[in-house]
Ligand binder design. Structure first.
Ligand code: 5MY
Ligand code: ATP
Length: 569
Protein backbone atom coordinates (compact mmCIF):
# COMPACT_ATOMS: atom_id res chain seq x y z
CA UNK A 1 0.00 0.00 0.00
CA UNK A 2 0.98 3.63 -0.43
CA UNK A 3 0.67 6.28 2.23
CA UNK A 4 -0.60 9.59 0.93
CA UNK A 5 0.59 8.53 -2.50
CA UNK A 6 4.10 7.63 -1.30
CA UNK A 7 6.09 4.44 -0.75
CA UNK A 8 6.88 3.98 2.89
CA UNK A 9 8.88 1.75 5.24
CA UNK A 10 8.75 0.99 8.95
CA UNK A 11 11.73 2.48 10.84
CA UNK A 12 11.08 1.85 14.51
CA UNK A 13 8.74 2.66 17.36
CA UNK A 14 8.59 3.58 21.02
CA UNK A 15 5.83 3.68 23.59
CA UNK A 16 4.01 6.57 21.97
CA UNK A 17 4.90 6.69 18.25
CA UNK A 18 5.43 4.41 15.26
CA UNK A 19 7.91 5.97 12.85
CA UNK A 20 7.58 5.38 9.11
CA UNK A 21 9.87 6.72 6.42
CA UNK A 22 8.38 8.25 3.32
CA UNK A 23 10.73 6.81 0.74
CA UNK A 24 12.59 9.09 -1.70
CA UNK A 25 11.73 12.09 0.50
CA UNK A 26 13.55 13.50 3.47
CA UNK A 27 10.59 12.95 5.79
CA UNK A 28 9.13 10.49 8.25
CA UNK A 29 5.67 10.21 9.71
CA UNK A 30 5.49 9.74 13.44
CA UNK A 31 2.19 7.95 13.86
CA UNK A 32 0.68 8.60 17.28
CA UNK A 33 -0.49 5.59 19.25
CA UNK A 34 -3.69 6.55 21.01
CA UNK A 35 -4.33 5.28 24.50
CA UNK A 36 -7.59 5.64 26.38
CA UNK A 37 -7.74 9.26 25.25
CA UNK A 38 -8.07 9.98 21.51
CA UNK A 39 -5.72 12.74 20.32
CA UNK A 40 -7.43 15.82 18.93
CA UNK A 41 -5.90 18.11 16.33
CA UNK A 42 -5.46 20.98 18.78
CA UNK A 43 -3.44 19.00 21.33
CA UNK A 44 -1.21 17.44 18.63
CA UNK A 45 -0.61 20.92 17.18
CA UNK A 46 0.28 22.25 20.66
CA UNK A 47 2.71 19.40 21.16
CA UNK A 48 4.30 20.07 17.74
CA UNK A 49 4.62 23.79 18.55
CA UNK A 50 6.24 22.90 21.84
CA UNK A 51 8.88 20.76 20.08
CA UNK A 52 9.44 23.38 17.35
CA UNK A 53 9.62 26.47 19.56
CA UNK A 54 10.84 25.20 22.94
CA UNK A 55 12.53 21.80 23.11
CA UNK A 56 14.36 21.74 19.82
CA UNK A 57 15.86 25.26 20.07
CA UNK A 58 16.91 24.52 23.66
CA UNK A 59 19.02 21.60 22.44
CA UNK A 60 19.95 22.12 18.78
CA UNK A 61 21.16 25.03 16.72
CA UNK A 62 19.28 24.17 13.55
CA UNK A 63 15.57 24.70 12.92
CA UNK A 64 13.07 21.92 13.56
CA UNK A 65 10.33 21.34 11.02
CA UNK A 66 7.52 19.32 12.51
CA UNK A 67 4.00 19.61 11.21
CA UNK A 68 0.67 17.89 11.81
CA UNK A 69 -0.67 15.74 8.96
CA UNK A 70 -4.16 14.29 8.61
CA UNK A 71 -4.12 10.66 7.40
CA UNK A 72 -7.26 9.57 5.52
CA UNK A 73 -9.20 7.08 7.68
CA UNK A 74 -9.26 4.41 4.94
CA UNK A 75 -5.47 4.49 4.65
CA UNK A 76 -5.13 4.44 8.42
CA UNK A 77 -7.14 1.27 8.72
CA UNK A 78 -5.15 -0.47 6.01
CA UNK A 79 -1.92 0.78 7.58
CA UNK A 80 -2.84 -0.71 10.95
CA UNK A 81 -3.29 -4.16 9.35
CA UNK A 82 -0.07 -4.01 7.34
CA UNK A 83 1.89 -2.71 10.32
CA UNK A 84 0.75 -5.61 12.48
CA UNK A 85 3.08 -7.92 10.57
CA UNK A 86 6.19 -5.73 10.91
CA UNK A 87 5.85 -4.38 14.44
CA UNK A 88 7.76 -6.13 17.24
CA UNK A 89 5.50 -8.22 19.44
CA UNK A 90 6.19 -6.31 22.67
CA UNK A 91 4.94 -3.07 21.09
CA UNK A 92 1.77 -4.46 19.47
CA UNK A 93 -0.30 -4.01 22.64
CA UNK A 94 -0.97 -0.44 21.58
CA UNK A 95 -2.66 -0.63 18.20
CA UNK A 96 -5.14 2.27 18.04
CA UNK A 97 -3.58 4.81 15.69
CA UNK A 98 -4.44 8.48 15.64
CA UNK A 99 -5.45 10.01 12.30
CA UNK A 100 -3.16 12.91 13.15
CA UNK A 101 0.48 12.16 12.52
CA UNK A 102 3.59 14.28 12.84
CA UNK A 103 5.63 14.83 9.72
CA UNK A 104 9.23 15.65 10.40
CA UNK A 105 12.73 15.16 9.02
CA UNK A 106 13.94 11.61 8.62
CA UNK A 107 16.81 11.71 11.06
CA UNK A 108 18.21 8.36 9.98
CA UNK A 109 19.25 9.74 6.60
CA UNK A 110 21.38 12.74 5.76
CA UNK A 111 19.68 13.34 2.45
CA UNK A 112 17.76 11.26 -0.11
CA UNK A 113 20.42 12.54 -2.54
CA UNK A 114 23.04 10.32 -0.83
CA UNK A 115 23.01 6.70 -1.98
CA UNK A 116 24.39 5.63 1.42
CA UNK A 117 23.17 6.97 4.74
CA UNK A 118 24.01 5.59 8.14
CA UNK A 119 22.73 6.63 11.53
CA UNK A 120 23.58 5.87 15.12
CA UNK A 121 20.85 6.42 17.70
CA UNK A 122 21.81 6.81 21.36
CA UNK A 123 19.21 7.06 24.11
CA UNK A 124 21.64 8.32 26.74
CA UNK A 125 19.28 8.69 29.76
CA UNK A 126 20.12 10.70 32.91
CA UNK A 127 23.74 11.87 32.70
CA UNK A 128 24.36 12.92 36.32
CA UNK A 129 23.97 11.47 39.78
CA UNK A 130 20.72 12.91 41.14
CA UNK A 131 20.95 14.22 44.71
CA UNK A 132 18.41 11.67 45.92
CA UNK A 133 20.58 8.81 44.63
CA UNK A 134 23.90 10.08 45.99
CA UNK A 135 23.82 7.93 49.15
CA UNK A 136 23.76 4.83 46.94
CA UNK A 137 26.43 6.09 44.51
CA UNK A 138 24.31 4.66 41.70
CA UNK A 139 22.76 6.67 38.89
CA UNK A 140 19.16 6.29 37.71
CA UNK A 141 20.05 4.20 34.66
CA UNK A 142 22.28 1.79 36.58
CA UNK A 143 19.64 1.40 39.28
CA UNK A 144 16.91 0.81 36.73
CA UNK A 145 18.91 -2.15 35.45
CA UNK A 146 18.06 -4.00 38.69
CA UNK A 147 14.38 -3.27 38.14
CA UNK A 148 14.48 -4.38 34.50
CA UNK A 149 16.26 -7.57 35.53
CA UNK A 150 13.68 -8.26 38.21
CA UNK A 151 10.86 -7.81 35.68
CA UNK A 152 12.76 -9.93 33.10
CA UNK A 153 12.79 -7.00 30.67
CA UNK A 154 16.50 -7.66 30.16
CA UNK A 155 18.61 -10.78 30.43
CA UNK A 156 21.77 -9.17 31.67
CA UNK A 157 22.65 -5.91 33.41
CA UNK A 158 24.42 -3.45 31.14
CA UNK A 159 27.78 -1.97 32.18
CA UNK A 160 26.87 1.25 30.37
CA UNK A 161 26.74 4.25 32.69
CA UNK A 162 25.39 7.58 31.39
CA UNK A 163 27.79 9.38 33.75
CA UNK A 164 30.66 8.02 31.63
CA UNK A 165 29.06 9.25 28.41
CA UNK A 166 28.39 12.74 29.79
CA UNK A 167 31.75 12.99 31.56
CA UNK A 168 33.47 14.84 28.72
CA UNK A 169 36.42 12.52 29.29
CA UNK A 170 37.04 10.87 25.94
CA UNK A 171 38.33 7.59 27.39
CA UNK A 172 35.30 7.24 29.64
CA UNK A 173 33.03 8.16 26.75
CA UNK A 174 34.59 5.37 24.67
CA UNK A 175 34.02 2.99 27.54
CA UNK A 176 30.36 4.06 27.71
CA UNK A 177 29.88 3.49 23.98
CA UNK A 178 31.71 0.15 24.10
CA UNK A 179 29.41 -0.93 26.90
CA UNK A 180 26.40 0.10 24.82
CA UNK A 181 27.69 -1.96 21.91
CA UNK A 182 28.15 -4.93 24.24
CA UNK A 183 24.61 -4.75 25.57
CA UNK A 184 22.56 -2.23 23.55
CA UNK A 185 19.09 -2.79 25.08
CA UNK A 186 16.93 0.17 23.94
CA UNK A 187 19.82 2.63 24.18
CA UNK A 188 21.77 2.03 20.99
CA UNK A 189 20.81 1.38 17.38
CA UNK A 190 22.41 1.62 13.95
CA UNK A 191 20.52 2.28 10.75
CA UNK A 192 21.44 1.78 7.11
CA UNK A 193 19.24 3.93 4.85
CA UNK A 194 16.52 3.90 7.50
CA UNK A 195 16.68 0.15 8.21
CA UNK A 196 17.73 -0.96 11.69
CA UNK A 197 20.92 -3.00 11.40
CA UNK A 198 22.07 -3.02 15.05
CA UNK A 199 19.62 -3.36 17.93
CA UNK A 200 18.91 -4.91 21.34
CA UNK A 201 19.53 -8.48 20.12
CA UNK A 202 22.71 -7.82 18.15
CA UNK A 203 26.18 -8.83 19.31
CA UNK A 204 29.55 -7.15 19.28
CA UNK A 205 30.62 -9.38 16.38
CA UNK A 206 27.74 -7.97 14.35
CA UNK A 207 29.04 -4.49 15.15
CA UNK A 208 32.55 -5.35 13.97
CA UNK A 209 31.08 -6.72 10.77
CA UNK A 210 28.95 -3.58 10.24
CA UNK A 211 31.94 -1.26 10.71
CA UNK A 212 33.89 -3.35 8.21
CA UNK A 213 30.99 -3.21 5.73
CA UNK A 214 30.47 0.56 6.15
CA UNK A 215 34.08 0.88 4.99
CA UNK A 216 34.67 4.38 6.37
CA UNK A 217 36.39 3.64 9.69
CA UNK A 218 39.37 1.36 10.10
CA UNK A 219 38.22 0.14 13.53
CA UNK A 220 35.38 0.37 16.03
CA UNK A 221 37.59 2.70 18.07
CA UNK A 222 37.91 5.13 15.19
CA UNK A 223 34.15 5.08 14.72
CA UNK A 224 33.67 5.84 18.43
CA UNK A 225 36.15 8.72 18.24
CA UNK A 226 34.16 10.10 15.31
CA UNK A 227 30.94 10.00 17.36
CA UNK A 228 32.61 11.53 20.42
CA UNK A 229 34.06 14.31 18.29
CA UNK A 230 30.55 15.20 17.10
CA UNK A 231 29.02 15.04 20.58
CA UNK A 232 31.69 17.33 22.02
CA UNK A 233 32.07 19.69 19.10
CA UNK A 234 31.49 23.40 19.63
CA UNK A 235 28.10 23.78 17.96
CA UNK A 236 28.67 27.47 17.37
CA UNK A 237 31.61 26.70 15.10
CA UNK A 238 29.87 23.78 13.48
CA UNK A 239 30.54 24.58 9.85
CA UNK A 240 34.08 25.79 9.82
CA UNK A 241 35.72 23.54 12.38
CA UNK A 242 37.04 20.16 11.45
CA UNK A 243 39.67 17.87 12.85
CA UNK A 244 41.64 14.95 11.56
CA UNK A 245 40.88 12.11 13.91
CA UNK A 246 42.44 9.39 11.78
CA UNK A 247 44.77 8.34 14.62
CA UNK A 248 41.99 6.23 16.16
CA UNK A 249 43.18 2.73 16.98
CA UNK A 250 43.69 0.38 19.86
CA UNK A 251 41.31 -1.25 22.25
CA UNK A 252 40.00 0.29 25.40
CA UNK A 253 39.55 -2.41 28.06
CA UNK A 254 36.07 -2.81 29.48
CA UNK A 255 36.00 -2.26 33.21
CA UNK A 256 33.51 -3.60 35.67
CA UNK A 257 32.78 -1.23 38.51
CA UNK A 258 30.12 -1.16 41.18
CA UNK A 259 29.78 2.59 41.65
CA UNK A 260 28.92 5.30 39.18
CA UNK A 261 31.81 7.72 38.76
CA UNK A 262 30.77 11.32 39.34
CA UNK A 263 34.09 13.12 38.98
CA UNK A 264 33.56 15.04 35.78
CA UNK A 265 33.36 18.78 36.06
CA UNK A 266 36.75 19.81 34.78
CA UNK A 267 36.33 17.89 31.53
CA UNK A 268 32.71 18.82 31.08
CA UNK A 269 33.32 22.57 31.30
CA UNK A 270 35.75 22.44 28.39
CA UNK A 271 32.83 21.40 26.25
CA UNK A 272 30.28 23.94 27.41
CA UNK A 273 29.33 24.79 23.83
CA UNK A 274 28.77 21.19 22.84
CA UNK A 275 25.45 19.50 22.24
CA UNK A 276 26.13 16.99 25.02
CA UNK A 277 26.69 19.71 27.61
CA UNK A 278 23.51 21.54 26.58
CA UNK A 279 21.53 18.35 26.98
CA UNK A 280 23.03 17.77 30.41
CA UNK A 281 22.15 21.29 31.53
CA UNK A 282 18.50 20.75 30.65
CA UNK A 283 18.50 17.34 32.36
CA UNK A 284 19.93 18.90 35.52
CA UNK A 285 17.04 21.36 35.84
CA UNK A 286 15.18 18.80 37.94
CA UNK A 287 17.85 18.32 40.57
CA UNK A 288 17.30 19.86 43.98
CA UNK A 289 13.72 20.77 43.09
CA UNK A 290 11.36 19.21 45.55
CA UNK A 291 7.96 19.34 43.96
CA UNK A 292 4.83 17.95 45.49
CA UNK A 293 3.51 16.59 42.20
CA UNK A 294 0.52 14.97 43.90
CA UNK A 295 -0.71 18.41 44.84
CA UNK A 296 -1.03 19.37 41.17
CA UNK A 297 -4.49 18.40 40.13
CA UNK A 298 -4.89 19.27 36.46
CA UNK A 299 -4.18 16.86 33.60
CA UNK A 300 -0.78 18.39 33.55
CA UNK A 301 -0.46 19.54 29.94
CA UNK A 302 -1.26 23.24 30.33
CA UNK A 303 2.42 24.02 30.59
CA UNK A 304 2.88 23.10 26.91
CA UNK A 305 0.91 26.13 25.75
CA UNK A 306 2.18 28.37 28.56
CA UNK A 307 5.82 27.86 27.58
CA UNK A 308 5.21 28.28 23.83
CA UNK A 309 3.26 31.48 24.55
CA UNK A 310 6.07 32.83 26.68
CA UNK A 311 8.67 32.18 23.97
CA UNK A 312 6.51 33.80 21.31
CA UNK A 313 5.26 36.76 23.36
CA UNK A 314 8.78 37.66 24.41
CA UNK A 315 10.22 36.88 21.00
CA UNK A 316 12.83 34.55 22.48
CA UNK A 317 15.31 32.57 20.43
CA UNK A 318 16.30 29.74 22.74
CA UNK A 319 19.39 29.05 20.60
CA UNK A 320 20.85 32.24 21.97
CA UNK A 321 22.61 31.72 25.31
CA UNK A 322 21.20 34.81 27.02
CA UNK A 323 17.63 34.10 25.90
CA UNK A 324 17.93 30.50 27.00
CA UNK A 325 19.37 31.36 30.41
CA UNK A 326 16.73 34.00 31.01
CA UNK A 327 13.95 31.65 29.95
CA UNK A 328 15.14 28.77 32.15
CA UNK A 329 15.46 31.06 35.17
CA UNK A 330 12.02 32.55 34.70
CA UNK A 331 9.92 29.40 34.36
CA UNK A 332 7.98 27.59 37.07
CA UNK A 333 10.04 24.83 38.80
CA UNK A 334 7.48 22.18 37.83
CA UNK A 335 7.81 23.22 34.19
CA UNK A 336 11.60 23.05 34.52
CA UNK A 337 11.29 19.51 35.92
CA UNK A 338 9.14 18.56 32.92
CA UNK A 339 11.71 19.92 30.44
CA UNK A 340 14.29 17.91 32.34
CA UNK A 341 12.17 14.72 32.15
CA UNK A 342 11.95 15.09 28.35
CA UNK A 343 15.72 15.62 28.07
CA UNK A 344 16.33 12.50 30.16
CA UNK A 345 14.33 10.33 27.77
CA UNK A 346 15.22 11.70 24.33
CA UNK A 347 17.29 10.01 21.62
CA UNK A 348 20.37 11.48 19.97
CA UNK A 349 20.46 10.78 16.24
CA UNK A 350 23.73 11.15 14.34
CA UNK A 351 23.40 10.37 10.65
CA UNK A 352 26.40 10.39 8.35
CA UNK A 353 27.39 9.56 4.84
CA UNK A 354 30.60 9.00 2.91
CA UNK A 355 28.94 10.99 0.10
CA UNK A 356 30.13 14.53 0.84
CA UNK A 357 27.41 17.21 0.76
CA UNK A 358 28.43 20.83 1.16
CA UNK A 359 25.38 21.92 3.11
CA UNK A 360 26.26 19.66 6.06
CA UNK A 361 28.97 19.75 8.71
CA UNK A 362 31.69 17.21 8.27
CA UNK A 363 34.56 15.48 10.05
CA UNK A 364 37.84 15.05 8.23
CA UNK A 365 39.02 11.44 8.38
CA UNK A 366 42.41 11.30 6.66
CA UNK A 367 41.58 12.35 3.10
CA UNK A 368 37.84 11.66 3.46
CA UNK A 369 35.23 14.19 4.54
CA UNK A 370 32.37 12.52 6.35
CA UNK A 371 29.23 14.68 6.28
CA UNK A 372 26.93 14.34 9.25
CA UNK A 373 23.95 15.81 11.07
CA UNK A 374 23.37 15.68 14.82
CA UNK A 375 19.79 15.84 15.91
CA UNK A 376 17.41 14.79 18.68
CA UNK A 377 14.09 13.02 18.66
CA UNK A 378 11.37 12.12 21.14
CA UNK A 379 11.03 15.64 22.49
CA UNK A 380 7.25 15.51 22.91
CA UNK A 381 5.88 16.92 26.16
CA UNK A 382 5.38 14.54 29.08
CA UNK A 383 2.49 14.64 31.51
CA UNK A 384 2.99 15.82 35.07
CA UNK A 385 2.07 12.34 36.25
CA UNK A 386 5.27 11.03 34.62
CA UNK A 387 7.18 13.00 37.31
CA UNK A 388 5.20 11.15 39.93
CA UNK A 389 5.79 7.80 38.21
CA UNK A 390 9.50 8.51 38.15
CA UNK A 391 9.58 9.36 41.85
CA UNK A 392 7.85 6.08 42.63
CA UNK A 393 10.21 4.15 40.36
CA UNK A 394 13.14 5.79 42.14
CA UNK A 395 11.85 4.71 45.54
CA UNK A 396 11.39 1.11 44.37
CA UNK A 397 14.84 1.05 42.87
CA UNK A 398 16.40 2.45 46.04
CA UNK A 399 14.77 -0.39 48.03
CA UNK A 400 15.94 -3.05 45.58
CA UNK A 401 19.45 -1.65 45.60
CA UNK A 402 19.63 -1.48 49.41
CA UNK A 403 18.44 -5.08 49.57
CA UNK A 404 21.07 -6.22 47.11
CA UNK A 405 23.75 -4.26 48.90
CA UNK A 406 22.85 -5.81 52.26
CA UNK A 407 22.63 -9.31 50.79
CA UNK A 408 26.10 -8.76 49.43
CA UNK A 409 27.21 -7.74 52.93
CA UNK A 410 26.10 -11.00 54.51
CA UNK A 411 28.50 -13.31 52.67
CA UNK A 412 32.19 -12.50 53.12
CA UNK A 413 33.53 -12.16 49.58
CA UNK A 414 36.57 -14.19 48.43
CA UNK A 415 37.88 -11.58 45.94
CA UNK A 416 40.49 -9.44 47.76
CA UNK A 417 39.35 -6.02 46.54
CA UNK A 418 35.64 -6.69 47.01
CA UNK A 419 36.34 -8.24 50.40
CA UNK A 420 38.25 -5.13 51.53
CA UNK A 421 35.25 -2.94 50.58
CA UNK A 422 32.92 -5.31 52.34
CA UNK A 423 35.00 -5.32 55.55
CA UNK A 424 35.14 -1.54 55.46
CA UNK A 425 31.34 -1.39 55.13
CA UNK A 426 30.90 -3.77 58.06
CA UNK A 427 33.35 -1.84 60.25
CA UNK A 428 31.34 1.29 59.62
CA UNK A 429 28.05 -0.46 60.37
CA UNK A 430 29.40 -1.99 63.60
CA UNK A 431 30.88 1.23 64.94
CA UNK A 432 27.75 3.24 64.10
CA UNK A 433 25.49 0.66 65.72
CA UNK A 434 27.57 0.47 68.91
CA UNK A 435 27.91 4.25 69.06
CA UNK A 436 24.14 4.84 68.69
CA UNK A 437 23.45 2.26 71.38
CA UNK A 438 26.32 3.39 73.64
CA UNK A 439 27.82 -0.10 73.57
CA UNK A 440 31.48 -1.10 73.46
CA UNK A 441 31.53 -4.88 73.48
CA UNK A 442 30.46 -7.64 71.15
CA UNK A 443 29.99 -11.20 72.37
CA UNK A 444 30.21 -13.33 69.25
CA UNK A 445 28.19 -16.17 70.86
CA UNK A 446 25.22 -13.84 71.31
CA UNK A 447 25.59 -12.05 67.99
CA UNK A 448 22.76 -13.91 66.29
CA UNK A 449 20.31 -12.14 68.62
CA UNK A 450 21.54 -8.72 67.58
CA UNK A 451 19.68 -6.86 64.79
CA UNK A 452 23.12 -5.79 63.63
CA UNK A 453 24.09 -9.27 62.49
CA UNK A 454 20.65 -10.77 62.02
CA UNK A 455 18.60 -8.86 59.42
CA UNK A 456 15.14 -10.39 59.76
CA UNK A 457 13.64 -8.31 56.93
CA UNK A 458 15.84 -9.98 54.33
CA UNK A 459 16.30 -13.22 56.26
CA UNK A 460 20.08 -12.93 56.41
CA UNK A 461 22.46 -13.70 59.33
CA UNK A 462 26.17 -13.10 59.46
CA UNK A 463 27.98 -16.26 60.62
CA UNK A 464 30.08 -16.23 63.83
CA UNK A 465 33.11 -17.03 61.71
CA UNK A 466 32.52 -13.98 59.52
CA UNK A 467 32.06 -11.74 62.58
CA UNK A 468 35.42 -12.98 63.90
CA UNK A 469 37.01 -12.19 60.50
CA UNK A 470 35.71 -8.61 60.66
CA UNK A 471 36.77 -8.06 64.29
CA UNK A 472 40.24 -9.43 63.61
CA UNK A 473 40.51 -7.05 60.70
CA UNK A 474 39.44 -4.17 62.98
CA UNK A 475 42.00 -5.27 65.59
CA UNK A 476 44.79 -4.84 63.00
CA UNK A 477 44.06 -1.11 62.91
CA UNK A 478 43.52 -0.77 66.67
CA UNK A 479 39.74 -0.39 66.37
CA UNK A 480 38.96 -3.56 68.36
CA UNK A 481 40.65 -5.96 70.84
CA UNK A 482 39.68 -9.39 72.21
CA UNK A 483 38.84 -9.43 75.94
CA UNK A 484 39.16 -13.19 76.54
CA UNK A 485 41.61 -15.82 75.37
CA UNK A 486 39.05 -17.68 73.31
CA UNK A 487 38.46 -14.43 71.34
CA UNK A 488 34.68 -14.55 71.74
CA UNK A 489 34.20 -11.27 73.60
CA UNK A 490 35.55 -8.15 71.91
CA UNK A 491 35.87 -4.52 72.81
CA UNK A 492 35.23 -2.20 69.88
CA UNK A 493 36.62 1.30 69.93
CA UNK A 494 34.43 3.60 67.90
CA UNK A 495 37.03 6.14 69.00
CA UNK A 496 40.60 4.98 69.51
CA UNK A 497 41.82 4.81 73.15
CA UNK A 498 43.95 7.90 72.49
CA UNK A 499 40.94 9.82 71.19
CA UNK A 500 38.86 8.88 74.28
CA UNK A 501 41.75 9.88 76.57
CA UNK A 502 42.11 13.26 74.82
CA UNK A 503 38.38 13.92 75.09
CA UNK A 504 38.46 13.36 78.87
CA UNK A 505 41.61 15.43 79.26
CA UNK A 506 40.08 18.34 77.25
CA UNK A 507 36.93 18.18 79.34
CA UNK A 508 39.00 18.29 82.59
CA UNK A 509 41.20 21.18 81.50
CA UNK A 510 38.24 23.09 80.04
CA UNK A 511 36.29 22.80 83.32
CA UNK A 512 39.03 23.64 85.81
CA UNK A 513 39.36 20.03 86.91
CA UNK A 514 43.14 19.73 86.55
CA UNK A 515 45.11 18.95 89.73
CA UNK A 516 42.02 17.82 91.55
CA UNK A 517 40.72 14.28 91.89
CA UNK A 518 37.45 13.06 90.43
CA UNK A 519 36.05 9.57 90.70
CA UNK A 520 35.61 7.40 87.64
CA UNK A 521 31.92 7.23 88.56
CA UNK A 522 31.68 11.05 88.32
CA UNK A 523 33.55 11.02 85.04
CA UNK A 524 31.35 8.33 83.53
CA UNK A 525 27.98 9.08 85.04
CA UNK A 526 28.13 12.48 86.74
CA UNK A 527 25.92 15.44 85.76
CA UNK A 528 28.98 17.45 84.75
CA UNK A 529 29.79 15.09 81.88
CA UNK A 530 26.26 14.38 80.66
CA UNK A 531 26.87 16.35 77.44
CA UNK A 532 30.20 14.62 76.71
CA UNK A 533 30.58 11.79 74.23
CA UNK A 534 32.44 9.68 76.81
CA UNK A 535 29.46 9.90 79.22
CA UNK A 536 28.28 6.32 79.85
CA UNK A 537 31.33 4.78 78.19
CA UNK A 538 32.05 1.15 79.04
CA UNK A 539 34.15 1.09 82.27
CA UNK A 540 36.85 -1.18 80.81
CA UNK A 541 37.33 1.07 77.79
CA UNK A 542 37.33 4.18 80.01
CA UNK A 543 40.07 2.72 82.25
CA UNK A 544 42.15 1.62 79.26
CA UNK A 545 41.91 5.11 77.74
CA UNK A 546 42.95 6.72 81.06
CA UNK A 547 45.87 4.30 81.37
CA UNK A 548 47.04 5.33 77.89
CA UNK A 549 46.80 8.99 79.02
CA UNK A 550 48.67 8.15 82.24
CA UNK A 551 51.50 6.64 80.18
CA UNK A 552 51.84 10.06 78.53
CA UNK A 553 52.06 11.75 81.94
CA UNK A 554 48.79 13.61 81.56
CA UNK A 555 46.93 11.99 84.49
CA UNK A 556 47.29 9.58 87.38
CA UNK A 557 44.85 6.80 88.22
CA UNK A 558 44.15 6.29 91.94
CA UNK A 559 42.61 3.50 94.02
CA UNK A 560 40.40 4.29 97.03
CA UNK A 561 38.81 1.81 99.41
CA UNK A 562 35.63 1.44 97.48
CA UNK A 563 36.22 3.29 94.24
CA UNK A 564 38.71 4.49 91.63
CA UNK A 565 39.64 8.06 90.77
CA UNK A 566 41.78 10.10 88.43
CA UNK A 567 43.80 13.28 88.73
CA UNK A 568 44.50 15.19 85.48
CA UNK A 569 47.63 17.36 85.21
O1 5MY B 1 11.85 7.15 33.29
P1 5MY B 1 12.18 5.84 32.67
O2 5MY B 1 13.60 5.52 32.74
O3 5MY B 1 11.28 4.75 33.16
O4 5MY B 1 11.91 6.01 31.10
C1 5MY B 1 10.85 5.44 30.36
C2 5MY B 1 11.48 4.65 29.26
O5 5MY B 1 12.10 3.54 29.86
P2 5MY B 1 13.64 3.12 29.69
O6 5MY B 1 14.30 4.13 28.82
O7 5MY B 1 13.56 1.77 29.04
O8 5MY B 1 14.19 3.05 31.05
C3 5MY B 1 10.46 4.18 28.25
O9 5MY B 1 11.17 3.55 27.20
P3 5MY B 1 10.69 2.12 26.61
O10 5MY B 1 9.24 2.27 26.27
O11 5MY B 1 10.96 1.14 27.71
O12 5MY B 1 11.57 1.90 25.42
C4 5MY B 1 9.67 5.36 27.66
O13 5MY B 1 10.58 6.16 26.95
C5 5MY B 1 9.01 6.16 28.77
O14 5MY B 1 8.51 7.35 28.21
P4 5MY B 1 6.94 7.60 28.01
O15 5MY B 1 6.33 7.47 29.37
O16 5MY B 1 6.51 6.56 27.05
O17 5MY B 1 6.88 8.98 27.45
C6 5MY B 1 10.02 6.59 29.83
O18 5MY B 1 9.31 7.12 30.94
P5 5MY B 1 9.38 8.63 31.44
O19 5MY B 1 10.46 9.33 30.68
O20 5MY B 1 8.03 9.18 31.13
O21 5MY B 1 9.67 8.57 32.88
N1 ATP C 1 12.51 11.86 13.03
C1 ATP C 1 12.89 10.60 13.00
N2 ATP C 1 13.52 10.09 11.95
C2 ATP C 1 13.89 8.79 11.91
N3 ATP C 1 13.67 7.93 12.90
C3 ATP C 1 13.05 8.37 13.99
C4 ATP C 1 12.64 9.73 14.10
N4 ATP C 1 12.07 9.87 15.30
C5 ATP C 1 12.12 8.68 15.90
N5 ATP C 1 12.70 7.77 15.13
C6 ATP C 1 12.95 6.35 15.45
O1 ATP C 1 11.75 5.81 15.98
C7 ATP C 1 11.94 5.40 17.35
C8 ATP C 1 10.71 5.73 18.14
O2 ATP C 1 10.49 7.11 18.11
P1 ATP C 1 10.27 7.93 19.42
O3 ATP C 1 11.42 7.72 20.30
O4 ATP C 1 9.96 9.28 19.06
O5 ATP C 1 9.00 7.16 19.95
P2 ATP C 1 8.25 7.31 21.31
O6 ATP C 1 7.17 6.32 21.23
O7 ATP C 1 7.88 8.74 21.51
O8 ATP C 1 9.39 6.87 22.37
P3 ATP C 1 9.24 6.56 23.96
O9 ATP C 1 9.06 5.10 24.09
O10 ATP C 1 10.54 7.03 24.50
O11 ATP C 1 8.06 7.35 24.44
C9 ATP C 1 13.18 6.13 17.81
O12 ATP C 1 13.80 5.41 18.84
C10 ATP C 1 13.99 6.18 16.53
O13 ATP C 1 14.65 4.94 16.31
Amino acid sequence: MKLMGKDWGYINEGNAHIVLQLKHTEYVLRIIKDGTKISDFESVQKSVNFVNFVMYPLLCNSKCVQEVINIPLKELDELRKVLHTVRPENRRIKSVLSKYAIQTLNLTILSPKCPTNYCIEIKPKEGFLASRLKPLSKCYYCLKQYLKLEKSHIEEKSSYCPLDLFSGNKERMKLALMNLIDNPQNNLKLFDNGQVIYHANSTKNDFTEIIRRIDIFHSIMQFLEFIIEILLKDIKKDNDCFEDISRGAGYYPLKVKDECITKTDRDQKRFHNSFLYKLLQIQKLSDNINIDVKAIEDEGMEYVETLVNQVQAQNLNLNVDQHREWFLKSIDPVHAALLSAIAKDCSIMICFSPNFLEEFSYIQLGTKKISYRLSVTDLEPKKIKSLLKRKETESRMIDICKNIQSQFLFRIQPHTETRAKQLEAWEQLITEYLKNNKLSTIDIRESQNSPLFNNVSINRKLSQESILTILEDMARSGKAAPVDKSRTVWEVYWHSLDEWGNMMYNWASGNGMTNSVCTLFELREGDNTSEEEFHGLDMNVLVKALKALEAKGKCELMEFDDSQGVKFF
